[in-house]
Design a protein around this ligand. Sequence first.
Ligand code: SF4
Ligand code: SF4
Length: 344
Amino acid sequence: MNNKGCVFLESGINFDLNTVCDCCISHSDGRGLPVLIENYHGEMIDWESLFEKKQQRINNQKQKTIYECEGCYHLNNYEFKNIKKISEFHFSHCRVCNANCIYCSDEYSKGDVNYNTYPVIKDLIDKNMYLPGGEATFQGGEPTLMKNFDELVQLLTQNGTLARIHTSAIRYSNTVAQALKENKASIVISLDSGTEETYKKIKQVNMFHKVLENIKNYESNAQNINDIIIKYIIIPGINDNIKEIDNFFKLINELKIKTIAVDIEVQYARKYNNKDVSPHIYLIYDYFEKTALKYNINLLTYSFLSYVLNNRQTNKTFLINNKFLFVWYLNANNDRTKNINYIR
Ligand code: SF4
Ligand code: SF4
């Protein structure tokens, strides 16, 4: 008997490029997602048969942790409640975007998949198979360009789901602003820079001032300023220098933002076979930590940590496997729950 599980196995749904899955956590050695429906592009769902599949998977999981979930950090002691309702949503299918980040793959920045999930979620609610109190993560691509994005955010937040939106903030959404006002959403905006010049180099669009204006507007609406998280993805040779980081902090301070996230873009690192990842990455991280303290800004780092952990297993470089630096990093990273919340 195995008592490990997670809420996504029981009550999660992830809309992906060509599939519906329990979650979007493709983790440890690319095991792949727990798929529920293959070859999916926005069709209405037979909920009874979906819950049957979920139940079969749960039964297998109760015997022994299933292959897709082995090693996942979401696995915990979990009591399955047999509720046959969905409370946790991931919208990961949208492949259209209004930026062109140098660390992104063409599939995401230049794709065209954008099927409509609004009628599907409406049907779930109408059939009484929706459970309020969970979270909906919108990611992409640029999720604000998803078909019926605003209607979907409204539908879920008005029914009691918290929305987490990863956006470029190039498009401003009044619905998101309203949800921030009502404490029903949080947003993550990847700015990656403190200057227009660097923003342009990274995002490859001329939208720096527009994004700053949109952040200010979101900020003026947000009931809780910590619901706006600005992200800085470290990119070797472009923004991994003290001057840019100083400019970033000045900007963040002027914008009155209180939470930032430092990250390494895994796709970018993979694209360059990990070899261009800055050798002074720990020092950069250290600088971020000290400067965040100086400005009294919360620093989230969980993605950075998982990157280091993954690379310790697959990429035997001296620095990443340097025990002293690694232990020091782990000690510095003391707010695990907050960081897990952030990547969900
Ligand atoms: S344990 Fe991990 S991989 Fe498995 S369903 Fe939960 S979140 Fe997904
Ligand atoms: S905003 Fe996201 S999806 Fe768009 S180009 Fe950048 S990384 Fe890719």
